[in-house]
Ligand binder design. Sequence first.
Ligand SMILES: [Zn+2]
Length: 111
Amino acid sequence: MSTSIPAETARHVLWTFGHRGGIQPGTYHQKLLDLLAYAPPVELAKFAQVFPAEAEAVRMAKYDEDGVKRLKNAAGLTCIRCGDEDGPFVGAPRQPLCEPCARPMPLDGVA
Ligand SMILES: [Zn+2]
């Protein structure tokens, strides 16, 4: 089972765990995500029934080796071509490309 994480939720969860590119949510989501972040796995699974995206994003951030990376992808914080995290990005948040990747490639290979 995989729950897709909205970009906004990903950014809020990144902020909750202190990662670069995160955005501070409003008070309600701040308290909700804080609660989820402190919930033991069994409790987190219960919350997942009601808050599937939030609970899955928190679970990824806490337990998945590549969870933060995938949240950054969902948040539009990585280049979809080279995986670069530096930005600035063109086409964010849906199709983010770093500036070198967004530059049109000359067909004859000569710049
Ligand atoms: Zn790139």
